[in-house]
Design a protein around this ligand. Structure first.
Ligand code: GUN
Length: 315
């Protein structure tokens, strides 16, 4: 039986509607949550992401501000920008879009963001809060993955979860959230031996590797829930045929645009998995929805309000 497809756009809309309701209630009490986004230079992908973040802020009623320094900016100049945002009391969330220009010391910049305003959840203080189950700010994509599981009634406690990929932004925090949700968690990476066999043990398989269609049907236990975090552009004909041979709709996109977007999961997995997130329209939309949720959460935490626990987190 074909996997049921988990609709990320629908879940993201639900979350954004909930955030909009909270923002309205806060506005009625005299506060407007606000987000500052720093976009340094002209990375085309980053420009698209940031546009989406600003547009969603407007939709849910969050005040947003964009700072666009040139790609020649120095670490010291960028640090100065971050420090000024830290000092502005009316700014609740600060997001520094990555990647930064190569001459900038990214770690130094991310360390400078006030942890209370760190809506990306990248600061070591928030990483520590997550790993010790204290209320803080959780990275948006991992938080979104947990929301997909929770809102699709996928059980977590006691389940075998396998996360492929150990990045600081996705793999590690996702593993931590699943541990906090009482799953039994295995984290795999490029040195993992017998990768397909390890993945086949998973009730929940999270693919966050960054390699087009690497997770094939032999990685997946029949009926498993598969979460695809990949976003890969396929331009090579042979690679396209390996992934989408016989798919007329994809063929048309590929012919007209010269490329198509594919996750880390091979489309054939839909024949084996129980539940599957599509690409596009799966995890992607959740990242922005959770940024909106984190901005409201930061605004509340900074004002000493009680906040509900996020997925897997103790309040
Ligand atoms: N670049 C790609 N993804 C992200 C993200 O989640 N946050 C930031 N700040 N930059 C990114």
């Amino acid at each position: 039986m074909a996997a049921s497809i988990l609709d990320g756009n629908k879940i993201a809309s639900e979350i954004k509607a909930e955030v909009a309701t909270e923002v309205k209630a806060m506005a009625a009490a005299g506060t407007r949550p606000s987000l500052a986004v720093i976009l340094a230079g002209h990375n085309p992908a980053s420009e698209i992401y940031v546009r989406g973040k600003v547009k969603s802020s407007e939709e849910v009623g969050i005040y947003s501000e964009q700072l666009t320094p040139p790609d020649t900016i120095s670490t010291e100049e960028l640090l100065e920008m971050v420090i000024k945002l830290n000092q502005r009391d009316e700014i609740d969330g600060i997001l520094v879009q990555l990647p930064l220009p190569s001459q900038v010391d990214s770690k130094k910049i991310l360390m400078a963001v006030d942890p209370a305003k760190d809506v990306d959840g990248f600061h070591p203080v928030n990483v520590g809060f997550l790993s010790t189950q204290r209320p803080g700010l959780v990275p948006c994509t991992p938080a979104g993955i947990l929301e997909i599981l929770r809102r699709s009634n996928v059980p977590i406690a006691g389940q075998q979860a396998v996360v492929v990929g150990r990045s600081d932004i996705v793999g590690k925090p996702t593993a931590m959230l699943l541990i906090n949700g009482n799953a039994t968690v295995t984290v795999c990476h490029s040195k993992t031996r017998e990768l397909p066999g390890v993945c086949r043990r998973a009730d929940i398989l999270v693919a966050a590797i960054g390699r087009a269609g690497m997770v094939t049907r032999d990685f997946v236990k029949p009926g498993a829930t598969v979460i695809d975090v990949g976003m890969n552009k396929v331009t090579d004909r042979a690679e396209f045929d390996r992934l989408f041979a016989g798919n007329a709709r994809r063929e048309e996109t590929f012919r007209s645009k010269g490329s198509t977007l594919v996750g880390d999961v091979h489309p054939e997995v839909a024949e084996v998995a129980g539940k599957l997130t599509p690409v596009p329209g799966g995890v992607g939309p959740l990242t922005i929805a959770m940024l909106m949720a984190n901005t409201v959460r930061a605004a509340k935490l900074r004002r000493g309000s009680r906040v509900p626990a996020f997925a897997g987190e103790r309040s």
